[in-house]
Ligand binder design. Structure first.
Ligand SMILES: [Zn+2]
Length: 212
């Protein structure tokens, strides 16, 4: 039997130095391109379409849209957020909306995680406006993550899973449908179940994100 398929392959296309908005200093970067390949027996053979491209900081491992290379740290506006930070924020809110009930404790957990892990703090009022915006879009978290995954490296994907896991544990236990949602999220980002299990074991050990 001939086994064929497609998968995304990440390749470095150039290297250099840039001003990393997250490190707030000059750092080395790698410019990555994610291209879909036709695979034969799991080996990439023929390059197909470009799925995404991003700039990866070699110090903090944050990924950014390519425009970050023109980033002027002295300009007032033009704020760059790492792609995983944006995706963490969005997927945690989708996670919170998944069961149709917005609980106070969940909101507090989401806000704490945003302000503990990110570089762009939010107030509760800002989070509430953001929740409303995401609610109106009515996009499932798996659909959302499929579109942003080509801009994320493993570090970013793992952070998203860890934060989603912490939100689902906000009420002290993991419901079956919450766990299924996390599995869906991992699958949408092309993570294997072994990779997901490793990340969950890590977050259970770390207990990085407190509920209070
Ligand atoms: Zn950096």
């Amino acid at each position: 039997m001939i086994i064929f398929g497609t998968r995304g392959v990440t390749l470095t296309s150039e290297k250099g130095d840039f001003h990393c908005p997250q490190c707030a200093s000059e750092q080395a970067y790698k410019y990555k391109k994610v291209r879909r390949f036709f695979t034969l027996y799991f080996i990439p053979i023929i390059p197909l379409d470009l799925l995404g491209e991003y700039v990866e900081c070699q110090n903090c491992r944050g990924t950014f849209v390519p425009d970050v290379l023109d980033y002027d740290p002295n300009a007032e506006h033009d704020e760059f957020m790492a792609e995983y930070e944006r995706a963490i924020r969005h997927s945690m809110v989708l996670m919170l909306l998944a069961d149709g009930v917005i609980e106070e404790q969940e909101k507090i957990t989401v806000l704490n995680i945003i302000n503990q892990t990110g570089h762009h703090d939010m107030s509760m009022a800002q989070l509430e406006v953001y929740i409303q915006k995401v609610q109106q879009e009515k996009q499932p978290v798996s659909t959302y993550l499929k579109t942003v995954a080509p801009g994320l490296n493993n570090h970013g994907k793992e952070m998203i899973i860890k934060c989603a896991y912490s939100v689902s544990m906000a009420d002290g236990h993991m419901a079956d449908e919450e766990f299924r949602l996390i599995q869906d999220m991992a699958k949408s980002m092309d993570m294997t179940s072994a990779h997901l299990n490793g990340v969950i074991q890590e977050v259970q050990k770390e207990k990085v994100f407190s509920a209070n």
